[in-house]
Write a protein that binds this ligand. Structure first.
Ligand SMILES: C[S@@+](CC[C@H](N)C(=O)[O-])C[C@H]1O[C@@H](n2cnc3c(N)ncnc32)[C@H](O)[C@@H]1O
Length: 392
């Protein structure tokens, strides 16, 4: 295991054992016990904590409240990256209701044991805790509506990989809604390390613009980073002094630069590929229904296409005389033309694959391909043979 991951795991296993023993879990250099931790305290209001097991609240080690900020809807599937003692998973499960599901992913056994105990005590059924690494999410692609995470991505050794994995498992149109520690602008290296140690970020928080670039590189759009808490050097004075930092001299370099933020972005909705694409031979107009000698097969076919389109089938049609580029730019069509020549047109693609060549499809074929019910008399292919019959 990567050494950073191992240290993170040991640290959070100890924190889980603290919470399991009824103490407030504590990490980083921030104070524990009676003193309010400026990072983890006061994140959840009383109404949210109501009905949650005490140990789930004690184990809360986040730096925000992503479930309050992510607009979760009944029926949605939510995945929490680095779910810890499970507080955000349990809150999400309530929000998505019995028709939805909340999944917690964590690599630390003690945290998973605590989270499962908390789930049992809370009596919430639509929850699953999985063991695994957020850099290699054990879920299929396009399976999750919303990804939340609370102060975990900063701990990851390979943040690009985490964001790529988050993008992979989100459904098209799915949302990422995470709380995380972010650094705003440039900070001297040593001070940055000390501040991040205080916050508890072992592997390091990202600079705000870097976070944006990495999200965009993973494919996310609509990226927003909104500060939820800005830390003051006074919050960290005792810790930094203990590290030998001259706090007063360094104050201007820290002020306003370390923050907890709510970061949200989306996986773009899939643009549906046209279900049917027709590549016509050179015709006098886009449908061939022009001039004096109109082929009756084309009339029937145009009527069938209009019927399929009215029933929601996505159709694109290209005419070699008018749109030669569409033929050249489609590799399937180009290689078909190279092999068979333009006299072998029309060519019909179904979901990008060749479905028919040399004639237009019948309504029966369109019906079968698109799963539509036939509502008008079927057309016969003219000028070509019906497969398996003698209607030439
Ligand atoms: C700061 S705690 C946050 C826990 C929880 N999100 C909360 O708000 O209380 C970080 C959690 O992330 C988990 N974690 C850190 N790195 C991880 C990784 N690479 N894969 C899976 N879990 C990870 C740790 O085990 C720990 O439970």
């Amino acid at each position: 295991m990567n050494p950073v991951k191992q240290i993170v795991q040991e640290k959070y296993a100890a924190a889980a054992r603290q919470a399991a023993a009824g103490q407030t879990a504590c990490c980083g250099g921030s104070p524990s016990g009676d003193a309010a931790d400026p990072i983890t305290s006061g994140l959840y209001d009383e109404a949210q904590k109501l009905g949650l097991p005490e140990k789930a609240v004690l184990a809360s080690l986040g730096c925000g409240n992503p479930t309050a900020l992510a607009a979760l809807q009944p029926g949605e599937t939510v995945l929490d990256l680095g779910s810890g003692g499970g507080i955000d998973v349990l809150l999400s499960a309530r929000r998505v209701g019995p028709t939805g599901k909340a999944i917690g992913l964590d690599m630390t056994d003690d945290m998973l044991a605590l989270a499962r105990e908390n789930q049992q005590k809370a009596g919430i059924a639509n929850v699953e805790f999985l063991k695994g690494d957020i850099e290699n999410i054990p879920l299929p692609a396009n399976s999750v509506d919303v990804i939340i995470s609370n102060c975990v991505i900063n701990l990851a050794a390979d943040k690009d990989q985490v964001l790529r994995e988050a993008f992979r498992v989100l459904k098209p149109g799915g949302r990422l809604a995470v709380s995380d520690v972010v650094v705003r602008g440039q900070v001297p290296d040593e001070l940055r390390q000390n501040m991040l140690l205080w916050v508890g970020c072992l592997a390091g928080a990202l600079e705000e613009q870097q976070y944006r670039s990495k999200l965009a590189a993973a494919g996310f759009t609509g990226i927003e980073i909104e500060p939820s808490r800005i830390y003051s050097i006074e919050d960290a004075r005792a810790f930094l002094t203990g590290q030998g930092v001259d706090v007063d001299a360094m104050a201007p370099a820290v002020e306003g630069k370390f923050l907890s933020a709510f970061i949200h972005a989306a996986k773009p909705a899939a643009t549906p590929r046209p279900a049917i694409q027709i590549f016509d031979p050179a015709l006098c107009c886009s449908t061939g229904l022009c001039g004096v000698d109109v082929d009756p097969a084309l009339v029937n076919f145009s009527a069938d296409l209009a019927w399929a389109q009215q029933n929601g089938v996505s159709i694109e049609r290209f005419n070699l005389a008018q749109q030669p580029l569409a033929f050249a730019e489609n590799p399937t069509v180009r290689s078909f033309l190279e092999r068979s020549g333009p006299q072998a047109l029309p060519l019909v693609l179904l979901h990008g694959e060749v479905a028919l060549a040399g004639r237009y499809p019948t309504r029966a074929e369109l019906t079968r391909w698109t799963g539509l019910l036939p509502i008008a008399p079927e057309t016969k292919p003219a000028g070509a043979c019906c497969p398996g019959s003698s209607c030439c």
